[in-house]
Write a protein that binds this ligand. Structure first.
Ligand code: NG1
Ligand code: ZN
Length: 529
């Protein structure tokens, strides 16, 4: 390792004294002003990970749905997945190291992970539209350069697009071309093919209003529009030309506040959706004729997609094992509907995309969505091969057509990570194919009223949880108190967990009425203090 270069660059990216950060469920996230040294060091870590895996590694500069003043960084592993746990620890260790410790920590990682220093290193870099992101991604580049790695800077790009590029690159472009054009071409071709098979509704227009959270989604949808068929009429709002990123808009705002974003006027029964700041989440919603707002969240998206796939699986007559993976935030009604009515197995994991993703990999077809709208579908290699083979060779027309639909669904979905653009196209295609309006989709089941609150505490780490975060094991007595409060209400459920991305404890409740859900959440938040 060229420690002279490391020292030279390190001097340009000094760590503020006393600052300590942790690589959480979404990488590092905090005020942008505190992140310069972290970006530089993550550039270096990406080089080591690339050398160790002999693959391209991604580095994404974004703080997703968090305020514009924040920023963050996340590493993307060779198959487009989140970084493995051991390396998350190295990331935390390297980010918090004092200047004089950097060299020894780098050396230690190389020894522990048998990193070959003469191995070629390749890093893909992307960033969101935050004002701080450009400079911070330059710091990542300095880190890559300090250790002699090569890089490709994609500049402004959505998080899922960067995951896609990394996966394409590492599979010798078998998955697709590692360019944004390649991404647009692959998705739009699959969308056109899939919607071609919509019989009666085939020529109908699909109208959708999109709240882009004043983020990267707007730029990328504008680029993609010319690849998409004319019958898909998308109207972009909050495109970042006027207002601040994520401010009173975007998927997280709509989900948490259960109300429409600012900057988008909704006429009764119009289909609308919101992306988050880096376009890896999507939620749908509409106003009914009485002017009431209805949220169609990640759980309803998972239900729509898994129902669609299950019906096709029945048609092709293959016994492929499909499951839905959720977190504790999934609405109780969705879990019940999937298990009892749809007879689809449901699994619950801890919050954080990587937990859902890993669980979903256990099935032939794993559909995973967080209630907040982050999710995708994973197809095992065997399932994919079977489906592609049938789409080509199957003699029975009906079976072959169903297999083709599944094949196009595979090509339309971004299997590396949740992707608002890809999910939106999948949903629009399914609604067209099934001839469903947004109201009909929403009516599949009725959500239990629920409430999410944030509580500021001195140290959120005193709360430790178990059972996919649904029960608190510490501090002593807390879970007992929650159990008592839950008993006071009907159809109720509540849990608390420390956030992995903000310095808060999150409280979630469900009950028979909104009033009761609100009051249960309030009572539980008092118990957390
Ligand atoms: P935290 O802050 O750990 O609750 C939030 C979301 C996660 C996930 C991550 C990563 C909720 C309740 N939590 O995590 O689902 O999206 O951010 O961005 O929505
Ligand atoms: Zn996001």
């Amino acid at each position: 390792m060229d420690f002279e270069a490391v020292a030279k660059y390190s001097a340009l990216h000094l760590k503020p004294a006393g600052l300590s950060l942790q690589y959480g469920t979404a990488g590092f996230r905090t005020k942008a002003g505190h992140l310069d040294h972290v970006m530089y060091r993550m550039g270096m870590l990406a080089v080591l990970r690339s050398r160790q895996t002999k693959s391209t590694i991604g580095v994404m500069v974004t703080a997703s749905h968090n305020p514009e003043e924040d920023n963050g960084v996340k590493l993307v592993d060779p198959l487009g997945e989140m970084l493995t746990s051991a390396w998350e620890e190295y990331a935390t260790c390297l980010a918090n190291a004092e200047e004089q410790e950097i060299q020894s920590i780098l050396t230690e990682i190389c020894q522990k992970e048998a990193v070959k220093l003469n191995q070629r290193a390749s890093v893909f870099i992307g960033r969101d539209t935050r004002p701080s992101s450009e400079k911070l991604s330059q710091s990542v580049i300095d880190g890559v350069s300090a250790l002699g790695g090569q890089y490709h800077d994609y500049g402004l790009i959505t998080t899922p697009q960067l995951h896609y590029m990394v996966f394409c690159q590492n599979t010798q472009e078998h998955y697709g071309k590692a360019t944004v054009e390649g991404y647009y071409q692959k998705l739009s071709k699959a969308f056109v093919e899939l919607t071609k098979q919509a019989s009666s509704s085939g020529d109908d227009q699909m109208c959708l209003k999109i709240d882009c959270a004043n983020g990267i989604g707007a730029l990328k949808l504008k680029e993609m529009e010319r690849y998409l068929p004319k019958k898909l009429l998308i109207h972009l709002y909050n495109d970042g030309t006027k207002e601040k990123l994520n401010h009173l808009c975007g998927a997280d705002f709509v989900k948490v506040h259960q109300k429409p974003p600012l900057g988008l006027e909704i006429k009764p029964n119009e289909r609308c959706c919101s992306f988050d700041g880096d376009a890896d989440r999507i939620v749908y919603y509409y106003n009914d004729t009485a002017g009431h707002f209805h949220l169609v969240d990640g759980d309803k998206i998972a239900t729509l997609i898994s129902t669609f796939i299950k019906e096709l699986l029945i048609k092709i007559g293959q016994t492929l094992k499909m499951a839905v993976v959720q977190t504790a935030y999934a609405n109780g009604s969705s879990t019940r509907y999937l298990e009892e009515t749809m007879k689809v197995p449901v699994h619950c994991t801890k919050t954080g995309v990587k937990h859902l993703h890993h669980k979903a990999q256990e099935f032939d077809i794993g559909v995973y969505f967080e209630a907040n709208g982050h999710g995708t579908v994973l197809f095992s290699k065997a399932a994919e091969e079977k489906i592609r083979h049938m789409a080509k060779e199957e003699k029975e027309n009906q079976k072959r057509d169903a297999a083709k639909m599944l094949e196009n669904t595979i090509d339309l979905i971004n299997q590396t990570v949740g992707d608002a653009i890809s999910d939106m196209l999948v949903i629009e295609a399914i609604l067209a194919l099934k001839g469903l309006t947004v109201q009909q989709w929403d009516a599949i089941y009725t959500d239990l009223p629920n409430r999410q609150l944030k509580v500021k505490v001195a140290d959120r780490r005193v709360i430790d949880t178990t059972d996919a975060e649904r029960r608190a094991v510490t501090p002593p007595g807390l879970q007992e108190k929650i159990d008592e409060l839950v008993k006071k209400y009907r159809l109720s459920r509540a849990f608390v967990r420390p956030s992995g991305t903000e310095d808060v404890v999150r409280v979630y409740s469900e009950a028979d009425t909104q009033e009761n859900a609100d009051s249960l959440a309030h009572e539980v938040s008092l118990a957390v203090y």
